[in-house]
Design a protein around this ligand. Structure first.
Ligand SMILES: Cc1cc2nc3c(=O)[nH]c(=O)nc-3n(C[C@H](O)[C@H](O)[C@H](O)COP(=O)(O)OP(=O)(O)OC[C@H]3O[C@@H](n4cnc5c(N)ncnc54)[C@H](O)[C@@H]3O)c2cc1C
Length: 468
C-alpha cells in the first residue's frame, strides 16, 4: 500500500531543505541553501510501503546494532536500516578500533567482547579494549543474522511519516528508490538524530554558548612499524602508563618530521602485532548534518593523515616502512543533534553521580571535550567538571515530542558536557540494548514505549543477559 506524505509535516521536518528546496522550517546546521533564491518544487509522489515491521531501527552503529539484536531476541520482527555498506558505525566505517567504558557492562556488550576474543579480534589493556575492525564487521553481521534481524544496508532514512503525535513510517532513499517501512515502534540510532528530527522532535546542538560541536577526527589504520620500536609513542606499550606523555612524544616526533597535527594530542593505538590505529586529526567547526562540510572535512582529514604518515616515513629508522592500510568510509563524528527526551542527562547529574530507578547503564567515563576552538587549544578543553559515576535513565531514551520513538546512542537527550562523557561505545551498546527490548515489548503488547513499566524491561534484559 502506498503511503501519502503529509506535505506540511514533510516541509517542517527539514526533508525539503535536505532536498535543496527552500523551506522556512529548515533545520539549523543542515545544507540545502538555495542558489540566488532559486528552488525547485519536487513533484508529489506515492511511496510504496515495502514492509510492516514491529520494530524499525535506523542507524546500524554500536547503539543501533545492539537495539536491533535485542529487539529481535525479544521476539519482534525487526528491520535495521543502515546507510553504509557495513554495520558498526564509528566502530567500523569510522575505523575507531577502541572501546571505552566497558568494565561494568554486562549483557550484549559483554557478549560482543567475548565473541571478539574467541575470534582473536580483541586486545585487552586494563579497562580499554582494542579490536580488529574487520572482525568487528563480520561479527556484528553474524549476531544480527543469528538473531533474525532483517538488515538493509546502503539505505538512508530521509523522512518520517506521522499520524498525530505518533510516528508510523520511515521513508528511505537507496538504489531501490524511495521506500516506506512501517513499524509499531521506531528507534533512532543514527548518531545525529536524523529520524527524530525528520519526525519533528526538538533537539539541541553544540555548545550552549557558541553552538559549536566537538571536532571530528579522520582516523587511519597503519602497518609497517614494530611494537618495541614505537613503544614511547603508544600508551599501551610505553613504560609510563599515563595518557599524556606518549601523545606528547608522538607530536614532538611529527614536528621533528616537519609536520604539526591538527589534534595536539595525536594518539597511536596498538591493536595487534603489525596493526596500529592513528588519531591525529581534528576538523573544527564542522556539522555532521551538512554534506558540504562533511565532504570538506573528509578531504582535508584524509590529506592530513597522508601528509603526517609520509613525513614520518621520510625520517626513516623505525618509521621507514610505515604505511596507511585503510582510511575510513566515514569521518568520525563525535557530536550531532541531542534529541529532546523525557529526561535530559545534565552536567549536574555528572557532578552528583545521579542514580535512577530506570537506570539503563552506569557511566564511568569522564568528561572529554575535544576543543571546539583551535585558537585556544587544539587538544582537550579544560576539564572543569569532575564526573562521578552516574546513570542514564530509560526516560532519556524516550523522545519527548513524538510517540512510538526511542533514541539510543550518542543522540540521546543530554547536555553538551554530559554528552562528552556518555557518548563512548561502552555506553551506546547498553542504551541500544535497553531501547531494543523496550521497543519489542511495546510493539508486541500494543503499547507505546513510554507506557511500559521499567520492571518489564529490566526483567527481560536480565533474562537475555543470563541466556547470552
Ligand atoms: C574520532 C572519534 C573517536 C572516538 N573515540 C572513542 C573511543 O576510543 N572509544 C569509544 O568507545 N568511543 C569513542 N568515540 C565515541 C563513539 O565512537 C560514538 O559516540 C559511538 O560510535 C556512538 O554510537 P552510535 O551508534 O550512537 O553512533 P554511530 O557510531 O555514529 O552510528 C550511527 C550509525 O547510523 C548510520 N546512519 C546515520 N544517519 C543515517 C540515516 N539517515 N539513515 C541510515 N543510517 C544512518 C551511520 O552510518 C552509522 O552506522 C569516538 C568517536 C569519534 C568520532
Amino acid at each position: 500500500m502506498p503511503i501519502a506524505i503529509d506535505r506540511r509535516r514533510f516541509f517542517q521536518s527539514g526533508a525539503l531543505a535536505a532536498a535543496g528546496i527552500a523551506a522556512a522550517g529548515r533545520l539549523p546546521s543542515q545544507g540545502g541553501e538555495p542558489v540566488a533564491g532559486r528552488a525547485l518544487l519536487e513533484a508529489a509522489r506515492q511511496v510504496p510501503v515495502v514492509e510492516e515491521a514491529d520494530v524499525v531501527v535506523c542507524g546500524g552503529g554500536p547503539a543501533g546494532v545492539a537495539a536491533a539484536i535485542a529487539a529481535a531476541r525479544t521476539g519482534a520482527k525487526t528491520r535495521l536500516i543502515e546507510v553504509n555498506g557495513c554495520l558498526g558505525g564509528v566502530w567500523t566505517a569510522g575505523l575507531l578500533s577502541w572501546i571505552l567504558d566497558t568494565g561494568n557492562k554486562t549483557g550484549l556488550m559483554k557478549e560482543i567482547l567475548a565473541r571478539l576474543k574467541e575470534r582473536g579480534g580483541l586486545a585487552v589493556y586494563g579497562g580499554d579494549r582494542g579490536y580488529d575492525v574487520e572482525e568487528m564487521k563480520i561479527l556484528l553481521e553474524e549476531i544480527c543474522l543469528q538473531a533474525g534481524v532483517l538488515v538493509r544496508l546502503h539505505t538512508r532514512a530521509c523522512s518520517a511519516a506521522r499520524s498525530g503525535k505518533r510516528i508510523e513510517a520511515v521513508i528511505t532513499e537507496s538504489k531501490s528508490g524511495r521506500e516506506a517501512f512501517r513499524g509499531k515502534v521506531f528507534i533512532d540510532a543514527t548518531g545525529d538524530g536524523d529520524l527524530a528530527a525528520q519526525a519533528g522532535c526538538g533537539f539541541d546542538y553544540g555548545h550552549p554558548e557558541t553552538g559549536q560541536a566537538q571536532p571530528m577526527s579522520f582516523i587511519a589504520l597503519l602497518s609497517g612499524i614494530e611494537a618495541e620500536q614505537v613503544a614511547p609513542f603508544v600508551r599501551e606499550l610505553a613504560e609510563a602508563k599515563d595518557w599524556g606523555s606518549p601523545k606528547d612524544n608522538l607530536r614532538a616526533e611529527m614536528q621533528r618530521a616537519g609536520v604539526d597535527p591538527s589534534y595536539a594530542k595525536p594518539t597511536l593505538f596498538y591493536i595487534r602485532p603489525g596493526l596500529f590505529c592513528l588519531m591525529a586529526n581534528h576538523q573544527y567547526g564542522v556539522a555532521g548534518t551538512n554534506a558540504d562540510e562533511l565532504t570538506a572535512a573528509s578531504l582535508q582529514g584524509r590529506a592530513e593523515v597522508h601528509r603526517l604518515v609520509s613525513a614520518l616515513r621520510a625520517t626513516g629508522g623505525r618509521w621507514a616502512d610505515l604505511r596507511i592500510v585503510a582510511t575510513p568510509e566515514h569521518i568520525g563524528v563525535r557530536e550531532g543533534r541531542r534529541i529532546h527526551g523525557r529526561y535530559t542527562v545534565s552536567t549536574e547529574d555528572l557532578l552528583a553521580g545521579t542514580r535512577h530507578e530506570d537506570a539503563v547503564c552506569e557511566v564511568r567515563f569522564p568528561v572529554d571535550v575535544h576543543s571546539t576552538n583551535p585558537a585556544e587549544t587544539k587538544g582537550i578543553a579544560d576539564k572543569k567538571v569532575r564526573a562521578k559515576p552516574y546513570e542514564i535513565p530509560y526516560r532519556a531514551l524516550l523522545a519527548r515530542d513524538v510517540d512510538g520513538l526511542l533514541i539510543a546512542g550518542r543522540n540521546i537527550s543530554g547536555d553538551f558536557i554530559a554528552h562528552s562523557s556518555y557518548r563512548v561505545t561502552g555506553n551506546s551498546v547498553p542504551m541500544g540494548e535497553a531501547g531494543g527490548i523496550a521497543a519489542a515489548l511495546a510493539a508486541r503488547s500494543g503499547r507505546m514505549p513510554h507506557e511500559l513499566a521499567w520492571s518489564e524491561i529490566r526483567e527481560q534484559r536480565r533474562a537475555q543477559a543470563a541466556a547470552g
